[in-house]
Each structure stands twice: as C-alpha cells, then as structure tokens.
Design a protein around this ligand. Structure first.
Ligand code: NAD
Length: 352
C-alpha cells in the first residue's frame, strides 16, 4: 500500500489526537512532522518522536508531504488551507472549516483552481449515538420521525483558551454547533424551511456560551438543537418522537431506550394518576399492554472510517464522505443563525 505523507499544522489538543489516535484508522498514512507556534507543544512533539518543522512553509516546501492537517484555532483555517493548496498539498481541515460561508467559498475556489482536495473533519457523522439516530430515521422502527431533539450539555463554561475570543472564531455555535448541525443536515434530505435561534451570553463572554435552535424542514420534521455550557444536570443527548414510538439516548455511553406502541385494537385505557395536587389520565404512563420497550438498535454502519475514506479519495478517486457542498450548507445555516443574535434583537426592541 502506497503511504501518503501528512504534515500537521497545529499540534494542540486535536492535532495530537489525530496523530496519536485517528491516523491509525488507516494504514495508508505516515507522518512527516508537525509545526506549532507554541514552544511547549514543539517540545512535546519532540518527546513523542516527531519531527518539528521550523514553520508552515517548511512543510509546504517539503516534497515528501502529500497533505496537511490544519488543526489550529478556527480563524486561521482559511489562510493556512489556501497557502497549503497553492503549495500543492491536499488539506484535511478541522471543523469549523471557516468562520463564514463566504470564506469557505473562497477556499473551495482555490481547491478547484489548484485541483487539491479540501476535506473537513466532520467526525461526528461516525458517532455511535448519531448512527443509532440515523438507523431509526431511515428504518422507521418508531414510525415516521417528526421531532428530533439533539443536545450536548456541560457545566464547565467555554473552555479557557482561544474559544473565548471572537477574533479566533470562538463561541459554542462554531465549536459544537457545527457538529450538531452537520449531523442533522446530513441525516435529513429535505430543505430547511424555518430557523429560530436563541444564542446564550449568560457567562458574559463576547462569544456565545451556547444556544438553542429550532429548525423546521419541508418534509414536516421539527428539530431542536441545543448546546449548553451551564447545565449542571443534563437532558438526554437525543430525544426522538416518531408516529409509532419514542426513542431516548441519554449519553455517549449509549444508555437509552426505544418505546414502541403495540399495534392492537384492544388497548386498556391508562389508569389515572395523581399529578401534583390534581389527577390526570392524559399524562399517566401508557398501560403495560399498549407499549413494548426495546434496547437501542446497533446503528447504521459506516463502510469506511474518516481516514480510510480520505485514503480512497486521494488514491482511488472515491467520493469523500464529507462533501464540501454539505459543509458549505452548514456554513450558510450557521451564518444565518449568527445573524439572529438575541442581544441585537433586545437593543432594537421598543417594548418594555
Ligand atoms: P488547541 O488550542 O488545543 O490547539 C491549537 C494549536 O495550534 C496550539 O498548540 C497552538 O499553539 C497552535 N497554533 C495556533 N496557531 C498556529 C499557527 N498559525 N501555526 C501553527 N500552529 C498554530 O486547540 P484544539 O482544541 O486542538 O482545536 C484546534 C482545532 O481543532 C479547532 O479548529 C477546533 O475546532 C478543532 N477541534 C475539533 C474537534 C473534533 O472533534 N473534530 C475536537 C476539538 C477541536
């Protein structure tokens, strides 16, 4: 197998995770070395037996290097990716590809002009929890799905690095939002009809510390996407309602259940329960003979890992699993969401 040689630009948290974990998804890659502005990260790379280049140009002019991984803060992806492609290198770029859709369009133009691949690491298409949702959506075990709620919630605030700063493309919309919107837009083959977003600034940073977005699609599906960093107790990672059942995935450890309505005409009425100081039949649990509980399904299968796919794209002309047109669609959606900044709405409001 011909090996492709990769140079890593940005050997921080994610750059080193690619080197130490993700690249081994395929035997087709070897590492040329890394470049990082931080002396500390350079030192760690050396201790890990990696070659440390003096600067990114030294990687670009190394004829051995076929492709570069861009794993630097978000605001630098565009410039580094363009320079790499002009230097004849293919690019794997961390998410979010760029800060705006217009920036991404410029990058994609250069990719076309230089005939170099630009592939974005939208890795959460491979997440097992998401693949379960994909299977439920595609196979109809809980009927036609009409509502999906996708949430990630933490209580640690925005990480204390460049993610705090607007100039570096900080904020949770660009950080986790891009993953969650990518999953939804990849899953749902129907145009987005309406978008409503509430961006949160409760921690007082210049960038959002989370958000809640409501999307409706032309096929009738409604989706809630929520990212929170001030949630001291969490809601389920996924909550999905279909015409024949409901599924709940609690966490990345895949705790959860699928509850399906039994197809029978002789279902016993639910027994009323005491609810607070009142009584309810409507909100009582369904009678036992009316539903069946299942464990979560195994999930859709991805034929190739991210790096196997890249290897096949670059050596065999396969289609990338993460298509640039899809990434552009997410960037456009996120542009629209950014424009719905709640603060601006409040400033302009004439109502008390
Ligand atoms: P980080 O701060 O841990 O690492 C970034 C590194 O880049 C630092 O070591 C910094 O010194 C270096 N750097 C900055 N500018 C540079 C430049 N011009 N040239 C060379 N090195 C430079 O950040 P991180 O968490 O690793 O995030 C990096 C990227 O990876 C971000 O775009 C982030 O969104 C993405 N990311 C993706 C995932 C995922 O699951 N796909 C997870 C985490 C981070």
């Amino acid at each position: 197998m011909k090996k492709l040689t990769i140079g890593v630009i940005g050997y921080g948290g994610m750059g080193s995770y690619h080197v130490e974990h993700l690249l081994s998804q395929s035997d087709g890659f070897q590492i040329a070395g890394i470049v990082d502005l931080s002396l500390e990260r350079q030192q760690i790379a050396k201790e890990n037996g990696l070659k440390v280049y003096d600067n990114q140009n030294a990687i670009f002019t190394d004829d051995q290097v076929d492709l570069v991984l861009v794993a630097t803060p978000n605001d630098s992806h565009k410039e580094i990716s363009i320079a790499a492609m002009y230097a004849g290198k293919h690019v794997i770029c961390e998410k979010p590809a760029t800060i705006t859709a217009q920036d991404l369009e410029e990058v994609l133009d250069i990719s076309e002009q230089t005939n170099r691949s630009f592939i974005v690491h939208q890795n959460r298409r491979w997440d097992p929890d998401f693949l379960i949702v994909k299977e439920l959506y595609e196979k109809g075990e809980i009927g036609d799905i009409f509502q999906i709620e996708s949430r990630v919630q933490g209580a640690n605030g925005i990480p204390g690095d460049w993610r705090h700063e607007k100039m570096h493309g900080g904020g949770m919309l660009l950080d986790w939002g891009v993953h969650l919107f990518d999953q939804i837009l990849w899953l749902v083959n129907s145009p987005v009809e309406t978008i409503y977003t509430d961006l949160s600034y409760v921690l007082g940073n210049e960038v959002d510390d989370g958000f809640t977005t409501f999307l409706t699609f032309s096929n009738g599906l409604k989706v809630v996407v929520e990212v929170g960093t001030t949630n001291y107790t969490k809601l389920p990672r996924w909550y999905i309602k279909g015409t024949k059942g409901t599924a709940k995935i609690m966490d990345w450890d895949l705790n959860g259940e699928v509850v399906i309505a039994k197809e029978t005409n002789s279902i016993a009425e639910p027994t009323p329960i005491k609810a607070g100081v009142g009584l309810t039949k409507t909100m009582a649990p369904p009678s036992e003979d009316s539903t069946k509980k299942r464990g979560l399904p195994t999930g859709s299968v991805m034929e190739e890992s991210f790096y196997e796919n890249i290897y096949n794209v670059l050596t065999r002309g396969s289609q990338p699993i993460v298509q640039t047109s899809e990434v552009l669609k997410i960037a456009k959606l996120m542009d629209q969401i950014s424009e719905m900044d709640t603060d601006r709405v409040l400033e302009n409001s004439q109502f008390v």
